[in-house]
Write a protein that binds this ligand. Sequence first.
Ligand SMILES: Cc1cc2nc3c(=O)[nH]c(=O)nc-3n(C[C@H](O)[C@H](O)[C@H](O)COP(=O)(O)OP(=O)(O)OC[C@H]3O[C@@H](n4cnc5c(N)ncnc54)[C@H](O)[C@@H]3O)c2cc1C
Length: 270
Amino acid sequence: MLIVACIKQVPDTTQVQIDPVTNTLIRDGIPFIVNPYDTHALEESLRLKDKFGGTVVVLTMGPPNAEAALRKALSLGVDRAILLSDRVFGGADTLATSMVLTAAIEKLSQEDEIGFVLCGKQTIDGDTAQVGPGIATRMSIEQLTLVDRVENVDYSDKKVTVRRKLEGRYERVESRLPAMITVVREINRPRYPTVPMRLASADAKVELWDNTVLNLDVNTIGLKGSPTWVSKIFSPERDKGEIIGDGINKPEETAELLLEKLLDKDIISI
Ligand SMILES: Cc1cc2nc3c(=O)[nH]c(=O)nc-3n(C[C@H](O)[C@H](O)[C@H](O)COP(=O)(O)OP(=O)(O)OC[C@H]3O[C@@H](n4cnc5c(N)ncnc54)[C@H](O)[C@@H]3O)c2cc1C
């Protein structure tokens, strides 16, 4: 049974700035990290294998330097790492991204049965949360989004029970396998690599699958296969903020000052 984890290498957005003239991201000198939600998807894949068995394969679509994300996954104990990289995959929107990831997962399914595909709930750069559901739709498999707990797995009956974390409530869902699971941070605490595993990952094999392997129509992938049009990127203007009270006031007095300000600015009325 295959457990496929999709991870994306993203710029560390705590350090990204937007060029005020061109309105584009300033990427120079920005360190890349594994999308934080994806570290939880990776951890859950490894836990599924530890508890219920299976083989963990990790996929990323990106430029050659995205290999670093896969080496990190190898240092944590995944069985196989595949980099999906080709110039024709470049400039992909979420539709074209999920097209390539789906093709890779379907190719893997020719080797072994797919049990799970795991994604983060969203990325911290694109932030759309579309790729996981996009893959599930293309593969015609169940999609279990915003999962904060995998409660039970029954490979023989091909069933999984998960808990979904929704606004103000939880939802328990039983689903058929294979299933796409997108995870929230609360699902687990990612492990750290051991020193021997980290050293071993430097020489471990990362497979490269380009479009000669996936053989996709170039009009359905990359820039050509991306109908999304980004008209503008900008930083929202924010007020500088104001500290109310002097730190010596009692909390009730500070609350009263805040109330006065809100009334003055017509933000609230009584
Ligand atoms: C017109 C256009 C052009 C673009 N050109 C580029 C470009 O040239 N270079 C570029 O880097 N981005 C480009 N992007 C951004 C690109 O669309 C997104 O990086 C990508 O589609 C993923 O979307 P997201 O970040 O919103 O992921 P989400 O949908 O928020 O991600 C959800 C989950 O899906 C999985 N996932 C997402 N992306 C990947 C991936 N690549 N590999 C493996 N798993 C993944 C992860 O598990 C992630 O947590 C472009 C976007 C548009 C609209």
